[in-house]
Design a protein. Structure first.
Length: 450
């Protein structure tokens, strides 16, 4: 409990000191940033705080310390501290965080101008919002869960939210693959150096090599079992191999090349690599055909190991990157949620006066935070908080290894078949999205897909 309160205190200090007005005091070595960027950084710190608390709840020693606090166990868990820690606690912490971002989503709905009084709530009152977050999380532990129905229902909500977040990740991934290839093609055309040619070819070859190695490993470790035919696993791996070949072939066909000259194997390699990862992640939940499981069992006790910690850290930063990227004006525009016209958008760029007005002395003082929301908001506030909600659910499922709590025993968790199908369906949807970006301009030549 001391560790939890200590973490809360540190996070409160950080949150109070990293608002738009105090951001310039954080680090003299930091470059200048926009007010909208610093705001999203603070919300990311809030999400980091809830992630740290969730990880702390998985530490076995925390349960021993909580059992020494009799009143806490009696009031919050009916003398059963096991419900306060472990995966069940992660569900409750995440519930509090989701309710916090949901509240902000409702409050910020329809805010299009920075002159709206509600924009002040978005960009300020950090200490108040932090303690509101703490209060909601604490209150989540007092929600009754008769026979574990609340936790079980919340797990399924987490599955849906995580799946939606994965879908948005897939859209961004396809967009990233096309943008990456277009950038390198431009560098190849503008430069006489062969570096970019070799870099593009080398990256493509490396990603295909890793994808092929992953498919071979999946055939070795997930398609053979003395007690099962592993039909589903064999189909998944075979389908992954076939679709990787299909998208690679279609990407270089003359019909696609005529409509999209910059289409090539680099984008197909990115998609093949990521979908191979999704397939591997899904098959790792198999308990009948998984040779990597040392001991076959259906119940797992909450625990933390180095691999889980590394996975959570990597996932967290990927989640934050996708949240900020997706909620930016350009990315929201691709989802039909962009605010303002193109002329208004140009006003959000760094003003010339902001660059010229800074003297040498100002530069030496450190970071300069300028307001980029004088007329309209730089990003959709409500959509950003929706992304944070989905990110919280995705992190919740990642931290708990996509397990589901058993109704008969809240301290035990069973491997979730839903997690397998969420991952697999995500892989197939990714192939579908990429194929659509390739075939749509050919099928509808009169439409502009630029």
């Amino acid at each position: 409990m001391g560790a939890i309160l200590g973490t809360a205190s540190c996070a409160a200090s950080i949150a109070c000191c990293c608002g738009s007005a105090a951001c310039s005091l954080c680090c003299s070595a930091c470059p200048s940033c926009k007010n909208s960027t610093s705001t999203r950084i603070v919300y990311s710190i809030f999400l980091l705080f809830t992630t740290i608390i969730s990880c702390i709840m998985l530490v076995p020693k925390v349960e021993d310390q909580l059992q020494k606090i009799n009143w806490l166990c009696e009031k919050a868990a009916k003398a059963d501290c096991r419900e306060l820690v472990g995966y069940i606690a992660v569900y409750r912490v995440s519930f509090g965080a989701v309710m916090f971002f949901l509240l902000l989503t409702v409050i910020m709905f329809g805010v299009k101008s920075s002159k709206d009084p509600r924009s002040g709530i978005q960009n300020g009152f950090w200490a108040i919002k932090f303690f509101v977050l703490i209060g909601i999380i604490v209150g989540a532990f007092f929600i009754p869960s008769k026979d574990g129905k609340f936790i079980q229902a919340w797990m399924y909500i987490g599955l849906i939210g995580a799946f939606l977040f994965i879908l948005l990740q897939l859209i961004l991934l396809v967009d990233f693959a096309h943008s990456w290839n277009e950038t390198w093609v431009e560098k190849i055309e503008e430069s006489d150096s062969k570096f970019w040619v070799f870099a593009r070819a080398g990256s493509t070859f490396l990603m295909y090599a890793v994808s092929l190695a992953g498919i071979i490993c999946m055939f070795v470790f997930f398609t053979n079992s003395p007690t099962s035919k592993c039909g589903t696993e064999k189909f998944v791996v075979s389908f992954q191999l076939v679709m990787s070949c299909v998208v690679s072939f279609i990407a270089v066909t003359p019909a696609v090349q005529n409509r999209q000259p910059q289409s090539g194997l680099l984008q197909a390699a990115v998609i093949s690599l990521y979908t191979t990862y999704l397939a591997w992640s899904a098959l790792s939940y198999s308990t009948t055909c998984n040779k990597l499981i040392a001991v076959s069992k259906t119940d797992f006790e909450p625990d933390v190991d180095a691999q889980s910690v590394i996975g959570v850290v990597i996932t967290f930063f990927l989640v934050i990157f996708n949240c900020v990227r997706t909620s930016s004006s350009s990315q929201v525009g691709k989802l039909g949620l962009k605010y303002g016209s193109s002329e208004e958008k140009n006003e959000l760029d760094i003003p010339e006066e902001a660059n010229s007005s800074r003297s040498v002395g100002d530069k030496n003082k450190g970071q300069h935070v300028y307001d980029d929301e004088d007329s309209i908001v730089a990003y959709s506030y409500s959509f950003f908080h929706i992304m944070m909600m989905l990110a919280t659910l995705y992190l919740m499922m990642t931290i708990t290894n996509w397990y589901k709590p058993s109704v008969s025993n809240l301290n035990k968790l069973s491997n979730s078949d839903a997690a397998f199908w969420v991952k697999i369906s995500s892989s197939w949807v990714c192939f579908g999205i990429y194929l659509w970006t390739l075939c749509a301009p050919v099928i509808f030549p009169d439409r502009d897909f630029s």
